[in-house]
Design a protein around this ligand. Structure first.
Ligand code: AMP
Ligand code: MN
Ligand code: MN
Ligand code: MN
Length: 271
């Protein structure tokens, strides 16, 4: 229920992602690109040809109390104008931010970062992932992790603060489009137990539906922990690899552990 294509910061074309999912034995797959649904049509066509079910999704960038969060919209109607106007606003901020990241890196004597990131993005939205690939390519850093740590995370030279969607906006856009809202990879945010409780309370108050209990980027321990939290707080549970391509990422497609029996799957009740 959580994958990326080259329409955001993944490396596979939507049709190739679907083919790889099919080969991995997946029969229901959500494409959830960052702040964009451009890949859904191509993915859907490929899914129909291969006989697998494609769930239209999106991973929305949110700013909540100064913290960036990702909210998954699952089974959304991508034709919905409320959702699309919201996403368009985020992409405008993203484009401005990309230029600004380039400017800031230039001050650190890194030339052509914006153009380099745009080249990796190949006409799609520009993500920090594309800046990281450029920094690796040019030899400024040895790997993606170092690119983020040294240049792109909060407090580093290429980090640009700013406002994504509010939590309330993200959930309301998803609901306007008939979808379900899930907090993506909850273990990845640097939140204290108290802050996490506040987040879950705010998410519930906005009408949020689910937590991504099982994530390819979680430890098994974190999966277990958030399964308990979802049950305790009455959220349904989602599962996704957060696959970005065949290069080493969190996890390959089709390798996720099952949801614990106590969880109500977010897809419960889907036709
Ligand atoms: P953006 O939405 O442009 O701010 O970029 C966020 C994306 O960067 C995430 O979706 C991840 O794919 C990637 N990312 C974030 N932190 C890291 C990290 N420490 N190492 C590798 N990739 C990361
Ligand atoms: Mn990403
Ligand atoms: Mn994410
Ligand atoms: Mn993701």
């Amino acid at each position: 229920m959580h994958t990326h294509s080259l329409r955001s910061d993944g490396t596979l074309a939507p049709a190739d992602l679907v083919a790889r999912a099919h080969a991995a034995g997946i029969d229901v797959l959500a494409l959830t690109d960052h702040d964009v649904t451009d890949g859904i049509a191509e993915a859907r066509t490929a899914a129909v040809q291969l006989g697998i079910e494609l769930i239209a999704g999106v991973e929305i960038s949110v700013t909540w109390r100064n913290q960036t969060l990702h909210i998954l919209g699952l089974k959304v109607d991508i034709a919905n104008p409320v959702l699309q106007q919201g996403l368009a606003r985020l992409r405008e901020f993203r484009q401005w931010r990309a230029v600004e990241i380039g400017r800031r890196l230039q001050k650190k004597r890194i030339e052509g970062a914006y153009e380099g990131a745009a080249r990796f993005a190949r006409g799609a939205i520009i993500s920090r992932t594309h800046f990281a690939r450029f920094l690796v390519e040019q030899g400024y850093v040895r790997g993606m992790q170092q690119a983020f740590k040294q240049f792109l995370l909060r407090g580093k030279p290429g980090h640009v603060p700013g406002q994504w969607a509010s939590l309330d906006e993200a959930v309301s856009w998803i609901h306007a489009a008939g979808g379900q809202a899930a907090v993506a990879h909850p273990a990845r945010y640097p939140l204290s137990a108290g802050k996490l409780r506040q987040l879950l309370g705010d998410f519930r108050d906005c009408g949020g539906d689910a937590l991504e209990v099982i994530s390819g980027s979680h430890s098994l321990e974190a999966n277990r922990h958030f399964a308990g939290i979802a049950v305790e707080h009455g959220f349904s549970a989602s599962a996704g690899s957060d696959y970005h391509g065949p290069e080493k990422t969190w996890m390959d497609l089709g390798r996720l552990p099952a949801l614990p029996d106590a969880c109500v799957p977010v897809w419960h009740g889907w036709k």
